[in-house]
Design a protein around this ligand. Structure first.
Ligand code: ADP
Length: 576
């Protein structure tokens, strides 16, 4: 709200209050008037009294009519000046009528004079509360009413009259000051009220803008993710097919490099998406029972080859008292530890040591990765947990990285109820540590280790619906390698038309022209409720799996499709 509008609004509010208070003043005036007429009968000519009170009734009726007009009018703001003037004229007329009492119906008896004085003093005192919102109006009313009375008293002569006039002057000054203060306080209250209102308006606007920006960011990330994952799906899929076919060792090595780079690219995309999910509160941990000690041992051992490449000694300590069954989100815990291990290896020179410790500190599990690497200076130890921050700009040049790993890890650690911390001395090494709560579970079913290589299913028919030709062909090749027969559909409508009981399973892309995957799945299921349909999508922003299952899909597979994940999933529905 600008200053002009604000001043206008304050004026309007004052007028609203004044008009609301006006009837009380008018009725008080009429009641005091009739009391006065009754009291002064006999002392003052009756004709004067009746004319005076008649005029008072006419003036009051007109003023009440203006109140009625004001209340009914919707465009009060547009006619602000008119209503202010009407109000002032009404008040001046009323004040003049009372002023006229000091000569037109002025009583001769002193007790009647006192009664008149009492009425005028009462009316001016009563008006401080009501008309003082607009000080000008109050001043007009009171001064016009009281000053003639003071003059009359002063002219009368005599000690008593003189003292009464003096008392009236004092009284006038006191009520004027009180009204002035009331008016100022009222104005300030209104000003504060408007400032609060405009602050609330601003805040609401900012919150809306932030919400829109966040929605736009999520949308952008979702689209980008889809657009990057779709070609990446083809790249990674074809690499894994080629790797199986290629016998030439040199070519296999080149393929391995392409594969590694694709994995790195996928890692960066996943990091960005994870970070976005965490900051928007969309990431939730999914706990399930596991033998944590064993899993941690396995995880740490995976880094042994990398360490030996750099001639780094990796020592692993897993507390033997760790409970055999712990409920945790192993995937996310692995994500944190992977990041800490990769950093430790990355920032530790050849020939030094790295240590991993997992201790059971009831009721928590303490996890620590420490290295004798380059270390981090004191002032940088805080910023490295912020997104896209590295301890040193030369880090990117020398070691690469996005600066997202620790930001994600520390937020994930918070989701586990802990806090990722670091103790480090530049040039000597760093220790990253955090705790997670140990939710002990009753008993763990021994999971059989599965070898997924070269699985051959019994020949079954699979329907693949995808509008992207490259991905279609890739899925066909991958599935045919597993001895499955594949039929391709270019969109949801075609899939719906093609589907019959012959198909053991449908792999259904989501974003497709003509009919999307969700609609096609629902149509197929309404005709064939026993159909097994798996969502296949390159969107990976929200907790999609839950979302797709809630639509009615039997399972969910995210692109890029990894051969192992595909095999594991198919084994759930098709016999080998
Ligand atoms: P990235 O490794 O992708 O740069 P991170 O968020 O994992 O991102 O790490 C942020 C920064 O913290 C790194 O760039 C590095 O400067 C510093 N850092 C992390 N771990 C270590 C470590 N073990 N030793 C020394 N510096 C480290």
């Amino acid at each position: 709200m600008n200053d002009k509008n604000l001043a206008e609004d304050i004026r309007h509010q004052k007028l609203v209050f004044l008009y609301a208070e006006l009837p009380k003043g008018i009725f008080a005036s009429l009641i005091l008037g009739i009391l006065l007429v009754l009291a002064l009968e006999g002392d003052v000519p009756a004709q004067n009294l009746y004319i005076w009170y008649g005029l008072m009734i006419v003036a009051s009726t007109m003023r009440l009519f203006t109140v009625f007009l004001f209340k009914r009018e919707k465009e009060q703001k547009a006619n602000l000046s008119w209503y202010t003037n009407v109000l002032i004229v009404g008040i001046v007329i009323s004040a003049l009528l009372w002023a006229s009492s000091s000569f037109y119906i002025y009583p001769s008896q002193s007790e009647h004079q006192l009664l008149l004085l009492f009425c005028i003093a009462g009316l001016s005192a009563g008006a401080t509360g009501s008309t003082a919102y607009l000080y000008r109006v109050y001043a007009l009313f009171v001064w016009i009413m009281v000053i003639p009375f003071i003059i009359v008293l002063a002219m009368e002569g005599g000690k008593d009259s003189f003292l009464m006039a003096f008392a009236l002057i004092l009284y006038l000054l006191i009520v004027s000051v009180t009204a002035w203060n009331t008016s100022r306080n009222f104005e300030q209250t209104l000003l504060l009220r408007y400032k609060n209102l405009s602050l609330i308006e601003d805040l609401e606007l900012k919150a809306k803008e932030a919400e829109e920006a966040s929605a736009a960011k999520s949308m952008f990330l979702s689209t980008m993710s889809h657009e990057i994952r779709t070609p990446l799906n083809a790249i990674m899929g074809y690499i894994s097919l080629l790797k199986k076919e290629e016998k030439d060792e040199q070519k296999r090595e080149k393929l391995a490099v392409i594969n590694q780079s694709s994995n790195l690219l996928l890692g960066v995309i996943n990091d960005i998406l994870d970070f976005s999910k965490i900051t928007s509160g969309n990431l939730q941990l999914e706990h399930s029972p596991c033998d944590l000690g064993k899993e941690l041992e396995k995880l740490a051992s995976l880094f042994k080859p990398l360490c030996s490449q750099k001639n780094i000694t990796l020592s692993i300590f897993i507390d033997p008292t760790l409970p055999a069954c712990i409920e945790t989100d192993l995937l996310r815990l692995t994500q944190i530890l992977n990041n800490l291990f990769s950093n430790a290896i990355k920032f530790t020179p050849e020939g030094k040591e790295i240590e991993f410790r997992a201790e059971y500190k009831r009721p928590n599990i303490y996890l620590e990765v420490s290295d004798r690497g380059i270390g981090i200076s004191q002032d940088k130890q805080k910023v490295i947990f912020e997104s896209f921050q590295q301890a040193d700009s030369s880090t990117t040049r020398e070691y690469g990285g996005t600066g997202l790993g620790l930001a994600i890890s520390s937020r994930l650690a918070m989701l586990f109820g802990g806090e990722l911390k670091v103790i480090s001395v530049k040039g000597e090494g760093s220790t990253f540590f955090f705790t997670i709560r140990a939710k002990i579970c009753a008993e763990l079913q021994e999971a059989k280790e599965e070898v997924l290589e070269e699985v051959r299913f019994s020949a079954e028919d699979i329907l693949v619906a995808d509008d992207n030709k490259t991905n279609q062909t890739l899925m066909k090749l991958m599935l045919e390698e597993m001895n499955l027969r594949v039929r391709l559909a270019n969109d949801g409508q075609e899939a719906f038309g093609l589907y019959d009981k012959r198909y053991a399973l449908v792999l259904m892309d989501i974003n497709m022209p003509r009919m999307n995957g969700i609609e096609a799945m629902q149509k197929i299921k309404s005709r064939y409720p026993e159909a097994t349909i798996i969502a296949l999508t390159a969107n990976a922003l929200n907790d999609e799996k839950e979302e797709y299952l809630s639509y009615g899909f039997d399972d969910y597979l995210s692109k890029p499709v990894q051969a192992d994940t595909l095999t594991t999933l198919l084994k759930k529905y098709i016999s080998v």
